[in-house]
Each structure stands twice: as structure tokens, then as C-alpha cells.
Design a protein around this ligand. Sequence first.
Ligand code: HEC
Ligand code: HEC
Ligand code: HEC
Length: 440
Amino acid sequence: MKSAKKIILGCAGLAVLAAAGFFASTYRSEIAPLQTIPVQEFTAQQIAQGKMLVTMGDCAVCHTAKGGAENAGGFPMPSPFGTIYSTNITPDPETGIGHWSYEAFERAMRHGIDREGRHLYPAFPYTAFTRVVDEDMRSIYAYLMSQAPVKSEAAKTDLGFPFNIRQGVALWNWLNLTPGPVAPVANQTPEWNRGAYIAEGLGHCSACHSPRDSFAGEKKGIFHLAGGSAEGWDAPALTSATASPLAWTSDDLLSYFRTGYSERHGVAAGPMAPVAHGLAQLSDADLRALTTYIMSYKDEKAAPGDAHAFVQQANDTLRVPADAEGLRMFQGACMSCHSADTKQGLLAATTFGSRPQMALNTNMHAASPNNAVLAVLEGIQTPAHPELGTMPSFRYTLSDAQVATMLNTMRTQYGLPEWQNLQAAVAKLRADTDPAKTQH
Ligand code: HEC
Ligand code: HEC
Ligand code: HEC
């Protein structure tokens, strides 16, 4: 008995020592503050390139608070552990990164460690940014450091115990971070490799589009890009596991990236809207490369499907009574925009344009009602591009029961099973997105 106890105690002691050793080995020291920013070393070309790369990396999307100065931080990111606020990445010495040398900046981007040696939370997608090659990293630094400094103290992240112990992130990094650029894959084309560099690096697509494990790490392998979540929205699978009724083609993807809209699938709304807005500014060659890479996760031989025939069939096959309550609600609240063909009064309207065709919209076909409900409750106030138009919020005009009845009638009309417990799901999403609660 006694010796067994000793062995257990001994093992526990060793485990504690090993843990202490592990954390000690992850200790990083402060990098000396920079006294003056070496602007004279930055070339105009570097700064221009950096601007494009910063767009590719959506830096301003996360580092700009609502109504705040660009990149001055304070944008809240809800996480299961509490709210994490982005930091000021303008070159202000006191409140921003004005004291950061290139070495400090690079360490943050590749290892998630700030200038003073503290671990940053992985809400900052450094697991993806770590892949940025040196030349691009220097351009990003040159661009950020040559912008106007903004003195603005961003809201402080204050997570509860144990998540307030930043050193704990070291363990997460050990599981999830492979630092440094990745060599091109030899048996793939340069275009595919360029696409991989954009998607897996600055584009950080998998941060939203891959599912996460119970420690909030991205699942890899067959789960890569197989569907994740972002700010309460579902980020659909980019693989063949897509819920989209028509297979995606290269042209569909190019159009979606270029315009924020594919007439055969739908719009880039929710957290995808600012991403699509940024993607539209990339060169044709880069968007083509991104398309080639994403297509390699799909079944490229899948028949693209005839959109008109699909919609026609949805129109011709009346699966719900013409006077169904959900149908009448759709006609009253939605048809003015989502159909040009009011005389038929069917759910599956035949308009193409910036009004997404409901019968083809990925979100109507998804296993989860999340995005469709959010679009109806919140509306779409900031589309990826102004030309796409906005959609009003129905938060105050439709009840939970009305939203549920309407969406499930549409599902039935498209030959899909009803979403289960939909009314409760609408009620929950309504509470989660209550403007009074999320005001910041
Ligand atoms: C998905 C949101 C997101 C995106 C996109 C993003 N960041 Fe951040 N970033 C954050 C958050 C959140 C923090 C703060 C993390 C913390 O406090 O632990 C942060 C911290 C940083 C820091 C550390 C600053 C400091 O004062 O500690 C730097 C540098 C940085 N980001 C640069 C960038 C650059 C450059 C880009 C674009 C290439 C970028 N970020 C894109 C969310 C983001
Ligand atoms: C901040 C989170 C986020 C990031 C980063 C992100 N996405 Fe998305 N993406 C979403 C969400 C949410 C949707 C659903 C949008 C909607 O339905 O309106 C979406 C939708 C899409 C769709 C349409 C899918 C469908 O079947 O309808 C494509 C294609 C896509 N994203 C590609 C990408 C690529 C490529 C990248 C990287 C360059 C990327 N996304 C980065 C969140 C994100
Ligand atoms: C005033 C015009 C208008 C009305 C009314 C309207 N919509 Fe929309 N809807 C739009 C526009 C425009 C978009 C595309 C917005 C964008 O991303 O730019 C859209 C997008 C959508 C999407 C796709 C969201 C996504 O992320 O893929 C859904 C679903 C949707 N609407 C459902 C509805 C329903 C249901 C109603 C009725 C309750 C409705 N809409 C009423 C204009 C409208």
C-alpha cells in the first residue's frame, strides 16, 4: 500500500516538475523598445505591397472598433472564455505598436508573443499568419509603421481564471502552432501553391471554416475547411461536404470572391462580408489561385447543375398549399425583394441579380438554421459591396413563431426536412443578438 502511494506521489511530483519545466521553457523575454521607427528604410513599393497584404489579412476588420479609427483596436471578439479585445496596431508609441521593432512584430505574427514577452490569445490568427514569408512580413510591417499613429487605449481583455493566465496559451500553441512558412508542395502547380499560401496564411480561411476541438484548436485532416463557425454564424463547408444544392464551379467561386455574390449560391453576408470585401481587392491572378486551391477541396468533376432548371422545378412542384401561412408571410415580407414574379406567389422566385434566390441559397439547405435565421432577424446592413443592396432587419416585425413557420414552409417547398425545434432556436438567436446586450 505504502509503496504504491509513494509511486503515485512520485509520479505526481514528476508531472508537476515536467509542467513547470515546460512552462519555463516557453518563457519569452521582452524585446527592447524601439526609439525611432526606421521609416527611411521602407520603400514605396514595400508600403504598397504591405497595404495589399494587410487587406488580404483582414487586419483592419478585427483591429477597428465600431466607429473607431482604423486599426486602433478595441474590437470585441466573444469567445467561450469571455470577450477578447483586439489591440491598437497603429504606430503610436504608448497605446499602439510604435515601440515595436521588426523582430518584435515578427515574433507576434509567427509565435503569438507580444513585445513584452506575453502570450497573445489565438483569437489573433497567428497560427495562420505564421506562414507569411519574410519579404511579405517586412512589407506588412513597413505599411503599418508608416501609417499615422492613433493615440487610443483599446478596451482591455480581462478573462476569468484560469484563462487570464496567458502562459497557459503555451500549451495550446504546443498542440496547435507550427511556426514558420511552409514549403510549396512539389507535386502541385505554382498556382495551387499560391492559392494555398493565400488561404492558409493571410486569408486564414480555416480560422472560420474548420471545425474546432474541445480546446478550441482547429481540427485537421478531413475536417480541414469542412465547416466551422464565426461570431454566431456558421461558416459553411468549403469541401465537397457543402450543403449547397448545386456543386460549386471555379466560375462560381471567382464571382463570389470578386463580387461577394454567386447567383447560383448566394451572398457573402455576416462575417464573410468584410472578408469578401477584402478579397475583391486582390489581383485576378491571386483570386484565380485562391479559387484553384479551394476547388481542390471540392469534387471538381461534380456536375455543376442547371440553376434555371433547379429553380423551375422548385416553382413547378407545389409541395405546400398555396394559402399556407408561411407562404403568405413570405409574400408579404420578402417577395418584394426576393422575387420579381409576384403573380405566381411561389417561394421559389425566379429573379437573378443581387437578390439571392432562396431555392439555391446554401443557408436554406444547411443542416442548421443558424444563418437563415440570423439573416432574417438582423438583416444585412453592411453588405460585402454596396451594389449588393441591404436587407432590413425583421427583429421587431416578425415573432419567433412567424420566422419559424415561414422558414420551415420554405424548407418544405424545396423538398427539405423541416428544421427541428426551430422556434426555440429563433428565440435563442434573437436573445444572443439582442442589440441591447451586444452594444459596445
Ligand atoms: C480575427 C481577428 C484578427 C485579425 C484578422 C487580425 N488580428 Fe491582430 N489581434 C487580434 C486580437 C484579438 C489581438 C489581441 C490578442 C490578445 O490580446 O491576446 C491581436 C493582436 C495583434 C498584435 C499584438 C499587438 C499588441 O499590442 O499586443 C499584432 C501585432 C497584430 N494583432 C497584428 C495583426 C496584423 C498585422 C493583422 C493582419 C495581417 C492582424 N493582426 C489581423 C485579432 C485579429
Ligand atoms: C471571419 C470568418 C471567416 C473567414 C476568415 C472566412 N470566411 Fe468564408 N464564410 C464565413 C461565413 C460566416 C460564411 C457564410 C456567409 C453567408 O452565408 O452569408 C462564409 C461563406 C463562404 C463561402 C460560401 C459558401 C457557401 O456554400 O455558400 C465561401 C466560398 C467562402 N466563405 C470562402 C472563404 C475563403 C476562401 C476564405 C479565406 C480566404 C474565407 N471564406 C474566410 C466566414 C468566414
Ligand atoms: C428590401 C429588400 C429585402 C427584403 C424585404 C428582404 N430581403 Fe433578404 N436579402 C436582400 C438582399 C439585398 C440580400 C443580399 C444582401 C447582401 O449580402 O448584400 C438578401 C439576402 C437574404 C438571404 C441570404 C443571406 C445569406 O447570408 O446568404 C436570405 C436567407 C434572405 N435574404 C431572406 C429573406 C427573408 C426570409 C425575407 C423576408 C422575411 C427577406 N429576405 C426580405 C433584400 C431583401
